[in-house]
Design a protein around this ligand. Structure first.
Ligand code: FAD
Ligand code: DHB
Length: 390
């Protein structure tokens, strides 16, 4: 089989790229190692920047997002028994974010792809990528015990942090930058109304907390936990009791608890692999970088990568020139590093970091006090949170 672009991975990066290429008349196939239901069963991000929403509109998959997404113009930081509002819209000239789950975006893009007749191979096993130092790269995979080979012009590595694409690059051609944080997040999804209309990020001496949501009746809540914790150690009761302590009595009085629909632990990591292009292999999204989730940037960065990559590929096929493709890595990495900095900053601002000692805790408190009293500091937080320009 021959296609113009072979996309590895049907997460947000792969599906969005596939959709934009499809609309531009560029022939593509997506190879995904998991089943459709498995991909849709993963509970991940929930906050979309305006730039990501615009891109989803451009990809003609924004309909349900605009009907069901919740527009948020601010969020709270809870610290030392008080809540402080960050007025995102007021600080950024009217910018806002939209709460709409990654699962829903994924479903909308999968439905659009099916309706367009574009090909996706789920449960494509043992994907191998070859010859991407040439203009005739190849992809091999196995489906239902049958071996397949695809030749293409480009391979888009949209296969996440544990994927095969970045791993296939010769070690001397790639540089990895990494920081692993000494704690994790336990996340709980519940069919309960959110404790407040807006998100609450909690900085407490027992650890970080985050009250987010998926809809007016569905909450997504996170707690900082130990890396050695297992989900079994966190009964629903223990989770809600700990959240109440970290929220403080006033906010906890409004908390409605209920059984978990999903509960999982995620490690926190900052990671960037440079560059993002190796001949005819182009990496995007988590395949190339990871942020700790505190600033809600992971999914939004996947979207901005795909903005740069899709415009570069479309320009290549329209004009025959590779100027934009040649600039892809540099342009995407500029924005990625700024989001990495912001996510690292927000993580170190709000989490309990015992390894930094008492002086670390005092400095953290001073930084929070400064933030709550300085419009300049709040503006910096707000302009990064709503998303830097593409
Ligand atoms: P992925 O979503 O990882 O998609 C990659 C796809 O490639 C997957 O479907 C995978 O099955 C497939 N794949 C992998 N290897 C192969 C292979 N060898 N062959 C074929 N297919 C393959 N971000 C936030 O902003 N907020 C959050 O709260 C948040 N929570 C998260 C929680 C967890 C547990 C994780 C892992 C991530 C979270 N993120 C969060 C980050 C966000 O979800 C990611 O940034 C986003 O999913 C990146 O999309 P992607 O398409 O690049 O990668
Ligand atoms: C969500 C996750 C985040 O990491 C964040 O900063 C805000 C919201 C969420 O899953 O809703």
């Amino acid at each position: 089989m021959r296609v113009q672009v072979a996309i590895i991975g049907s997460g947000p990066s792969g599906l969005l790229l596939g959709q934009l290429l499809q609309l531009a008349g560029i022939d593509n196939i997506i190879l995904e190692q998991r089943s459709r239901d498995y991909v849709l069963g993963r509970i991940r991000a929930g906050v979309l920047e305006e730039g990501a929403v615009e891109l989803l509109d451009r990809a003609k998959v924004g309909g349900r997002l605009h009907r069901e997404g919740l527009i948020h113009t601010g969020f709270d930081i809870s610290f030392a028994g008080a809540r402080h509002r960050i007025d995102l819209a007021g600080l950024t000239g009217g910018k806002k974010v939209v709460i709409y789950g990654q699962t829903e975006i994924t479903r909308d893009m999968m439905d659009a792809r099916e309706a367009s007749g574009a090909r996706t191979v789920y449960e494509a096993l043992d994907v191998e990528i070859m010859d991407f130092d040439s203009s005739q790269p190849r992809v091999r995979y196995r489906k239902d015990s049958v071996e397949h080979e695809i030749t293409c012009d480009f391979i888009a590595g949209c296969d996440g942090f544990h994927g095969v694409c970045r791993e296939s690059v010769p070690k001397n051609a790639i540089t990895n930058y990494e920081k692993v944080y000494p704690f994790g997040w336990i996340g709980l999804l519940s069919e309960t109304p959110p404790v407040s209309e807006e998100l609450i990020y909690v900085s407490h001496e027992r650890g970080f907390g985050l009250c987010s949501m998926r809809s007016p009746t569905r909450s997504r809540t996170y707690l900082q936990c130990s890396l050695s914790d297992s989900v079994e150690q966190w009964s629903d009761d223990k989770f809600w009791d700990e959240l109440k302590v970290r929220l403080g009595p006033e906010t906890a009085a409004n908390l409605i608890t209920g059984p978990s629909i999903e509960k999982s632990i995620a490690p926190l990591r900052s990671f960037v692999a440079e560059p993002m292009r190796f001949g005819t292999l182009l990496l995007a999204g988590d395949a190339s970088h990871i942020v700790p989730p505190t600033g809600a940037k992971g999914l939004n960065l996947a979207a901005s990568d795909i903005h740069y990559l899709s415009t570069a590929l479309i320009d290549y096929y329209n004009s025959g020139k590779s100027t934009e493709l040649d600039q892809y890595s540099e342009r995407a990495l500029k924005r990625i590093w700024k989001a990495e900095r912001f996510s690292w900053w927000m993580t170190t601002l709000l989490h309990r970091l015992p390894e930094n000692g008492e002086i670390g805790a005092r400095l953290q408190n001073a930084e929070l006090e400064y933030l709550f009293t300085s419009r300049a500091a709040q503006t910096s937080l707000a302009e990064n949170y709503v998303g830097l320009p593409y």
